[in-house]
Design a protein around this ligand. Sequence first.
Ligand code: PLP
Ligand code: TYF
Length: 402
Amino acid sequence: FLGGVEPSPPDPILGVSVAFRACDDPNKLNLGVGAYRTEELQPYVLEVVREAERRMIAAGHDKEYLPMQGLAEFCGATAELLLGKGHPAIAEKRVATIQSLSGTGSLRVGAAFIAKFLPGKAVYLPSPTWGNHKNILADSGVEWREYAYYDASTVGLDLAGFLKSIDDAQEGSIFMLHGCAHNPTGVDPTLAEWRQIADAMQKKNHVAFFDVAYQGFASGSLVEDAAAPRLFAEMGMEFFCAQSYSKNLGLYAERIGALNAVLNDATAATNTLSQMNRIARAMYSNPPVHGARIAATVINDPELFQARSRWNDEMGTMAGRIKTVRRELFEELTRLNPDKDWSFVTRQIGMFSFTGLSPAQVERMTGTHKIFMTKDGRISLAGLSSAKVKYLANAIDDSFRN
Ligand code: PLP
Ligand code: TYF
């Protein structure tokens, strides 16, 4: 009875990993998916995660269901990581936080919430954005549109276009904002630019939906990278925020994240949380516990996070390794072709570099050089080692020339 089902096109990002695995060239390099690798190009489990797991085994937890909202210690900790310990919105119980299935699941619950309680509202996405945003909204029955974000001619932020999009949108629209380390461009507003964006949004009564998937990967500091949502909270603007622990705790497969609604009223927060729970109940009932215990253990422990911050040190090491290969790639590309301005490589932020390679040039990168990457020209520098920089730079230079 499913004879009429057409095959789905492969996912533009996850399809790259499938193609990579099928290739048997020893030089192959996977710069598709945004997943951190060590210099040896191996996956990395953070030492603070190992430590949390040792403590969890020693504690001998049971396997009972969590409530729909998730693990209480985690929900408290994740809101604090976002807004800062002792933030007034938390103290005044104006934050509704539900643990969900990493960033994607949290965005999905948020989208379902919008469809149910804000019907007819469109969500504006940056152009370009993480491709899955469109899937998530479309599958939730929420209309999406695009706002100006990236200026290819400067490989930077199109602030004027962004502000114009804010102004042109219908009053009270929802704007999806990448909290830091914009995927795929690696171009973030400065704090001064965030202020202009927030002011313009406030004038039009727009609501932000922050997607914070890379807290720690922009600056290397978990605190600095929360500057944008904290600014909105400080200005008394209400917003949604999806958080992911896939990248900053390396908990990709544990599916741990949260959806927050930061509101100006405690009763609205209580009611909103009850409705988020109701959405989760019908979608997956309650979330998995393991990743929540890890994240809560790390965030709530003074040695692992708060004071001496072993987590922040490890985060800084991961972000630092990416910065190092950025610089090495920039130097090698400049050596190969001094006539081209390669400074975008070091200006971009987070895990990715948006190279400007055309789809045909990307085809050459993969076909000739066995470097696997997405068709939009994005490369994940988290998957690059110093040892492979020369190989990559040669391939990029060759692909730009051909
Ligand atoms: N949002 C953005 C912009 C992302 O890049 C990602 C992952 O790459 C996510 C959300 C969600 O990832 P996850 O579901 O693993 O938390
Ligand atoms: O690299 C990216 O942009 C992401 C990575 O369930 C990813 O798409 C991979 C799997 C997943 C969520 C995100």
